[in-house]
Design a protein around this ligand. Structure first.
Ligand code: KG4
Ligand code: ZN
Length: 337
């Protein structure tokens, strides 16, 4: 039995979890700063790191207490090294080093995106080869895993990440931050009234969302010039249908070519209800098992860092006290390409 204490502070959630054998969550504490950042219309990095500093000790203490363990029971301290906001990451890195040093535990640095992928281990035992669609505020990637801890990015975005596009479209519609869940909600009342251009990228598995975002902006300006009232629900519907259809089509195509045993969704945008519906429908006769993480595991949390950290721990991927935050950290394996 291996017990991992995991710390995650890459963006605006201060999180700590205790995870047993990478599969069993003993505690999973997430302190969200969303109410503060909403006032500014987005995450303010400086403010985020200050709030992490204020909360990190209490969040770690609570995770240990809720798990009903002591530091003696912990085998290693895993933490998010990157990618993310440098000031935010730094707080988690320092907290992890301090805990590891004070209690004589090994340190396991974890890439945030591997955490999102391994969050699926809480749903089902991962089967390889595996394809992961990693979609968040900073990433849109198709990751091919021939085997455990073997990551190859076969497709990525040429411009904006899908979550970023959701957030920007929500902003022009005056829906506020974070935009993803808001568009998800109002699109349900939208009607197929507007048509938006389907993103075009020549490479088979790459994505693009910035043209679509601009098209939304132009559509709103055009309607306003004509003196027409713009229905935010209809615009949200058109944007979401176009973005998700293009992304899921490419994913299903990659599944057809690579034939993985499993397709997993990962990252904040995997919480999207329409995406879950669309991908379930398109994957139904594919012969590949589809795993969608529970809502709570889609957005940032520390349990997922415990799940990925457990695999890294088993592989002896320890870090030293000289390690620092890596805001643009690549996936393991990518750094050698
Ligand atoms: O993984 P995450 O919590 O943080 C990053 O690592 O970026 O993802 C945050 C992103 C934001 O862009 C947010 O708008 C988006 O995930 N998101 C959603 C939904 N819930 C969160 N996007 C679409 N539909 C949702 N229901
Ligand atoms: Zn994330």
């Amino acid at each position: 039995m291996t017990m991992i204490l995991a710390i995650e502070t890459s963006c605006d959630e201060t999180a700590c979890a205790v995870v047993e054998d990478g599969r069993r969550i003993l505690s999973d504490i997430v302190s969200s700063q969303i109410n503060v950042h909403t006032k500014f219309g987005g995450v303010v990095p400086e403010v985020a790191s200050r709030i992490h500093v204020e909360n990190i000790s209490a969040v770690i203490t609570e995770a240990i207490e809720k798990a009903g363990v002591t530091m003696d029971d912990i085998d290693a301290v895993a933490y998010t090294q990157g990618p993310g906001l440098v000031g935010s990451l730094h707080v988690g890195v320092q907290a992890a080093k301090t805990a590891a040093w004070a209690f004589g535990k090994p340190l396991v640095p974890v890439n945030h995106m591997t955490g999102h992928i391994y969050a699926n281990a809480f749903v089902s035992e991962l089967k390889f080869p595996l394809m992961a669609l990693v979609i968040s505020g900073g990433h849109t990637e198709l990751v091919w895993m021939q085997d455990e801890w073997d990551f190859k990015v076969i497709g990525t975005t040429r411009d904006d990440a899908i979550g970023e596009a959701y957030d920007k479209v929500a902003r022009v519609l005056g829906l506020g931050y974070p935009g993803g869940p808001k568009i998800d909600r109002i699109a349900k009342e939208g009607k197929p009234h507007y048509t938006l251009p389907v993103p075009k990228v020549s490479t088979p598995y790459d994505f693009s969302f910035s043209g679509l975002k601009t098209a939304v902006l132009q559509l709103i300006q055009r309607e306003e010039r004509k003196g027409e009232a713009v229905s935010a629900a209809d615009v949200a519907y058109a944007f979401q249908e176009t973005a998700l259809a293009s992304m899921t089509d490419k994913t299903v195509k990659a599944v057809g070519e690579y034939r993985p045993a499993m397709l997993v969704l990962a990252g904040g945008v995997a919480a999207n209800s329409r995406l879950r519906e669309m991908i379930t429908e398109k994957m139904k006769d594919s012969g590949t098992e589809l795993v969608i993480p529970p809502l709570r595991c889609c957005t940032d949390n520390a349990a997922m860092i415990g799940a990925a950290g457990y695999i890294a721990y088993k592989r002896g991927l320890f870090g030293g006290y000289d390690a620092s935050a890596d805001p643009s950290m690549l996936m393991p394996g990518e750094e050698f390409e």
